[in-house]
Design a protein around this ligand. Structure first.
Ligand SMILES: C[S@@+](CC[C@H](N)C(=O)[O-])C[C@H]1O[C@@H](n2cnc3c(N)ncnc32)[C@H](O)[C@@H]1O
Length: 372
């Protein structure tokens, strides 16, 4: 089974499924198909590991082990028990089970987890002809998700979610998730051939993701994935995929990428993250109020996640900042601005009309990403 084509799901935040699908197509997964909150594709486990390493805006890559309608615990039990667990999991696999239920008859997450575990253990004991499963081996995270009475039982290849690139260990206030930041870099249309500046850079996430993109750095290059420790994986092939990604990474391709912020604490975090991302000397950050910002470069792509007036500061303060966006553009002729905010009146307050708008979520907040 490990060498055959299997079905995978790359999960993504609402609004990012299309981008995630495009990334998968570009990586060569020709049958990638967007669904609500995820993209489905077929691949071998080795190929799916490449997706883990390279996807920039997906949250997780999951191997689908079973899917079907479940309106009773018995149906869920039978569905899980019949899945080919022992073809993937070794006898000593650690098998934690997580779960989610929405709009279904089975709404107790705890019970669904317990039923899944019971069925899985019964399958494994039967397949390995044993009365004990030590669970001392590599981790195979199982997840049972019920939605509209359809159960999807998966194995998580990632371990930590894909936004954990390994560089962000200190969180500032209202930071953007790495996966969301990578999506904004894509949506901005920036191709890495002009300067990029974030005038409200906070802890530097947008800058780091932009620099990674310009340098062709696989987002997961320096982190580990659970699937790399799975029994029976083709370790030579996985090593080759990592080596190829290392070869493609070229920091010399990074053009001028810089950021500024009014908060010294945020900048301290940004510098730490930049260092941890291995980008010291490649990204410049400095303290400056957006109102006073004036850069020597031309053709700048200003890409930013300013305060929304919901989580940081009050609305009036953030609106006074929005009013400074147009003067910022006027001070930098030939430059463009890309902004994400949940404030519905950004265009009116800033006196700017978006050329393009995309609706997406930053955490739980519904936002617009606008290009000017
Ligand atoms: C939502 S946070 C940005 C988060 C950032 N994208 C990250 O991932 O950490 C907004 C940032 O705008 C900064 N800010 C607020 N008013 C500003 C001003 N007048 N000039 C520059 N930065 C400002 C805040 O200090 C804060 O770091």
């Amino acid at each position: 089974m490990l060498d055959s084509k299997l079905t995978f799901i790359a999960t993504a935040a609402a609004g990012l499924e299309g981008l995630c699908k495009r990334e998968l197509l570009r990586l060569g997964f020709a049958d990638a198909r967007a669904e609500l909150g995820s993209v489905r594709f077929t691949a071998t486990l080795t190929e799916a590991f490449r997706a883990c390493l390279w996807l920039s805006c997906a949250d997780r890559v999951l191997l689908v082990m079973a899917e079907g309608e479940c309106r009773s615990f018995e149906a869920l039990f039978q569905l899980v028990k019949a899945a080919p667990w022992s073809e993937v999991l070794p006898r000593d696999a650690a098998m934690p089970v997580s779960g989610r239920c929405a709009r279904s008859q089975l709404m107790s997450v705890r019970d669904c987890q317990a039923i899944t575990k019971k069925a899985l253990v019964e399958h494994m004991m039967g397949a390995y002809r044993t009365g004990t499963l030590p669970e001392t081996g590599p981790r195979y995270q199982v997840d049972t998700a019920l939605h509209h009475d359809m159960a999807r039982v998966t194995l998580d290849l990632c371990g930590d979610a894909l936004n954990r690139r390994g560089y962000r260990t200190w969180n500032g206030e209202a930071p953007l998730r790495e996966t969301a930041a990578a999506a904004l870099v894509t949506l901005s249309g920036w191709r890495g051939d002009t300067p990029l500046h974030d005038p409200c850079c906070g802890t530097g996430t947008l800058l780091i993701e932009a620099a990674f993109r310009a340098a062709r750095r696989a987002p997961g290059l320096t982190r580990a994935f659970d699937a790399e420790r799975w029994t029976g994986m083709d370790t030579a092939a996985l090593r080759e995929i990592r080596e190829d990604a290392k070869k493609q990474y070229d920091p010399a391709l990074i053009p001028s990428v810089s950021g500024s912020d009014i908060s010294q604490e945020a900048l301290t975090l940004a510098r730490r993250h930049i260092r941890q991302a291995g980008l010291e000397g490649k990204i410049r950050v400095f303290r400056e109020d957006l109102r006073d910002l004036s850069l020597a470069e031309e053709n700048i792509c200003f890409l930013t996640n300013p305060p929304y007036g919901e989580r940081l500061g009050d609305r009036k303060q953030c609106e006074s900042l929005y009013r400074q966006m147009k003067p910022l553009l006027l001070r930098h002729p030939g430059s463009r601005l890309c902004v994400i905010t949940s404030h519905p009146g950004f265009e009116r307050v800033a006196g700017l009309r978006a050329r393009k708008k995309t609706r997406l979520y930053n955490g739980r907040l519904e936002c617009n990403f606008m290009r000017f």
